[in-house]
Write a protein that binds this ligand. Sequence first.
Ligand code: ADP
Ligand code: MG
Length: 480
Amino acid sequence: MNTDLVQGYEVVIGFETHAQLSTQSKIFSRAPIAFGAEPNTQACAVDLALPGTLPVMNKGAVERAIQLGLALGSHIAPRSVFARKNYFYPDLPKGYQISQFEIPMVQGGEVSFFLNDEKKTVRLVRAHLEEDAGKSLHEDFVGMTGIDLNRAGTPLLEIVTEPDMRSSEEAVAYAKELHKIVTWIGICDGNMQEGSFRCDANVSVRKPGAALGTRHEIKNLNSFKFMQQAIDYEVRWQIDQIEDGHAIQQATVLFDPDTGETRAMRTKEDAADYRYFPDPDLPPLVIDDAWIARVRSEMRELPRVMAERFVRDYGLPEYDAATLTQSQEMAAYFEAVAKACGQAKLASNWIMGDLSRRLNAQELAFEQMPIKADALALLIQRIQDGTISNNAGKQVLDAMWGEAGDVDTIIGSKGLKQMNDTGALEAIVNDVIAANADNVAQFRAGKEKAFNALVGQVMKASKGKANPQQVNDLLKKKLS
Ligand code: ADP
Ligand code: MG
């Protein structure tokens, strides 16, 4: 599905993402948060909600939230407030979750990305700090449910967007961009299988120009593939309901990857159901400018800032710059190649084109790139100085990928050196013109195709070693 209408309906999507912050310890206690420990070995008295315990704010969690705010151009509230969100569930021993409600720490901001060459911007409402709950274990027990409180008190940043997205593709592109940013700045490990980055997708449909439709909230999407499937299913389901004359009821739904369907979990509760009120155990969170300035000074260059620099310093199109800053490894590789060969746009073309295609085909991460930056730089130089043709360059790349040696050795051993002897080339061109009288006549009668056929003949006769530009020029000269 694309930004176009689906059966005459406009799709509207807003995201709530829980990013688990990569601190050592929990948000309000000193218990560790490492993944995969034996149940209940990482829950201390505070996490167990024993009487008399008090929460203490983890500074590391606050600083990670500041980093996200700086990365997304948000306002960082000088004073924000923790609230109690009250509900009963066995994995929540306190009977409430500590979260931020009326005054969140991070306010506004935006996430921009490219979708099929088109720049999109999704506005953020807020990002607030909160604690995770524990976990109910149903699998290992017959007729009983176990409770694991290791996860209770794990620091989360909930990042909420405006309902700005208009297709499942756009939603997935947003989620990928946000995932890139939190892992780039290092506030979250981004491990989706382990639940470190999980998205709730709010989905509704409407006729163009109508008021917002009633939404379903699809909970806990922890893979980009499921995200797309779940939203596509919801959109079809909601349209079917409306077309059949049924109103959509606001609800929370779960996606089942086995059936590819969503199903209702509960009707949605209102904020009022949670009886939010400021937590008297925690003072307001006060963040001054000096603190923000210090955090900013410790952050690495942001992807969007780096992309702007690539446009400014290397003259790259915005799209290239955005693509090359998908990961730090890719960006660093590009810079190394561009600096070594002095041909930034060609470096970008090779990296975004042939290299990425090969990595994708073999499902390799960029870190596993078998070709060193200086080797690609040399290859680009050999094409630029006319030693080999662009096509021969692809053969050299193939060979290098298979670790057949360095650029010059491969050019030599495969006999790929371009023909730079104009005399020899002229002889071939003369032969081809003589042997293809009908093509020559057609070209003179105005058929461009006939000219390309002649170029092809010359390239073939030279075994691909002629410089195509030279062939073009020479043929034009002889035929005019
Ligand atoms: P709640 O308080 O129930 O969580 P919010 O107003 O905070 O509701 O919105 C939660 C998310 O749902 C936000 O990302 C918002 O953009 C999105 N959203 C709100 N209304 C709609 C709608 N009609 N269709 C799709 N998404 C919506
Ligand atoms: Mg919400």
